[in-house]
Design a protein around this ligand. Structure first.
Ligand SMILES: *Cc1c(COP(=O)(O)O)cnc(C)c1O
Length: 428
């Protein structure tokens, strides 16, 4: 069934480390061979063996309209004909920036980069440059890309000091990253009391990289208050939740505004785009107007910008799209939960717009420690059975799932029907 993929994986492994260009694709946590994808259409992807899957991954978030959306495709093709890159300004960058600035009261200016990692890395430098301070606070379980100062995990036993989560990250650098617990107000207050020189808090307000774990309103409020009190900046990393949870991402779920916001994924409509944005007084400190250096040869690439622009225009124009997506997310997760319960299995589900998450656990996790106690064997059984049945879920309980507008209620109902067998397997 995966014969061609198996062979392709073998060949890839000879010349690409682990056979993949981003580790999560390797299926190492669930075992087995990743399907090599040949093409996608609407809600579905097709692998090189000819298997068809309903795609709940959508390139890890960007494809909110599904694969090969005709309007986005046509804008991209037009841009390709004009030239792939110039390294000179194009008007489409301004157009995309205007779309974003229009959506948020607290944003005046945007700078485009080519990935979420780059967006966050640049936002951190900006926050440090603007405040003249060096330390940042990050939360265990939030992912902000693979730049050095953000690859920190909870050190065993230590309350606030993390350890590098990868060889190659200097301890001296990590010293400036203070790790705290998501949704834990006491620990966060303690962080500010114990540490001086804090430039910023960086947070996924709707965390999607430890499964879907939204922050409490109270916690976000405290983040805002502490930043104001201590003269730090609040950075919302909305690389995943931006234009996914709602048109304005976390902003429609919380009352607090961040100082800096980072985007990626949906903002590029499937092309490599990231962005960071803030008020003029902060953004104007970036080069060339200000002293804080940031640059990119392919930043604002016109082909990528055209895909992003069309995506955001479509999202803005369609007044009911997020309601539809939210309803479908709920239909799926409630259906899975009922089916699991029918077989005596506890399943915790949550939804934010087109983002959905589910945990094999008896209570909803609120931080990384609780997520890591969920039942991963059950997840693996579920994942592998569903994959064989043509349902492409994210290959780890630490990932969030996505609904695309191309998915129908029938697609979802069929998936729920099919899940019965998976839950039966688990309960045996
Ligand atoms: C995906 C993601 C990133 C990293 O983006 P890349 O494009 O993979 O570099 C950063 N932050 C969050 C919240 C993400 O989900």
């Amino acid at each position: 069934m995966l014969n061609k993929s198996k062979e392709a994986f073998k060949q890839a492994k000879k010349v690409i480390p682990g056979g993949v260009d981003s580790p999560v694709r390797s299926f190492s946590s669930v075992g087995g061979t990743p399907a090599f994808i040949s093409y996608g259409k609407g809600a579905y992807i097709y692998d090189i063996d000819g298997n068809k899957y309903l795609d709940f991954v959508q390139s890890w978030g960007p494809l909110i309209f599904g694969h090969c959306d005709s309007e986005i495709e046509s804008e991209v093709l037009k841009a390709v004909k004009r030239g792939l890159s110039f390294g000179a300004p194009t008007t489409v960058e301004t157009e995309l920036a205007c779309e974003i600035v229009d959506m948020f009261d607290f944003i005046d200016k945007v700078r485009f980069v080519s990935s979420g990692t780059e967006a966050v890395m640049s936002a951190i430098r900006l926050a440090r440059g603007v405040t003249g301070k060096e330390n940042i606070i990050k939360f265990d379980g939030c992912y902000h890309g693979h730049s050095d100062s953000l690859l920190v995990s909870a050190g065993s036993g230590m309350a606030t000091f993390g350890t590098p989560s990868s060889p190659g990250v200097p301890k001296d650098l990590i010293k400036h990253t203070i790790l705290s617990e998501y949704n834990n107000t006491e620990k966060l207050i303690e962080c500010f009391e114990k540490n001086k020189n804090i430039a910023a808090i960086i947070i996924e307000p709707i965390a999607g990289n430890m499964g879907l774990v939204p922050a409490s309103k109270e916690f976000i409020k405290l983040c805002r208050e502490l930043c104001d009190k201590y003269g730090a900046l609040l950075i919302f990393d909305e690389v995943m939740s931006g234009f996914r949870a709602s048109l304005t991402g976390a902003n429609s779920f919380y009352d607090e505004d961040p100082d800096i916001i980072t985007f990626g994924k949906v903002i590029g409509g499937g092309m490599p785009v990231g962005a960071f944005a803030s008020r003029s007084d902060i953004m104007d400190q970036l080069s060339p107007d200000g002293p804080i250096y940031q640059a990119g040869t392919l930043s604002g690439n016109p082909v990528a910008m055209s895909a992003g622009l069309k995506s955001l225009q479509k999202l803005k124009k369609d007044k009911t799209i997020y309601d539809r997506l939210n309803q479908k997310s709920k239909r799926l997760t409630n259906g899975l939960k009922d089916m699991a319960n029918k077989h005596g299995i506890d399943l915790q589900v949550d939804v934010r717009g087109s983002m959905f998450g589910f945990f094999f656990n008896d209570k909803k996790p609120t931080n990384m420690k609780e997520v890591s106690k969920c039942n991963f064997d059950r997840f693996n059984t579920f994942f592998n059975y569903m994959l064989k049945s043509g349902y492409y879920f994210a290959c780890s309980q630490y990932e969030t799932g996505f609904i695309s507008d191309a998915m129908t209620n029938d697609d979802i109902d069929n998936c729920i029907d099919r899940s019965e067998k998976a839950f039966a397997l688990i309960s045996n």
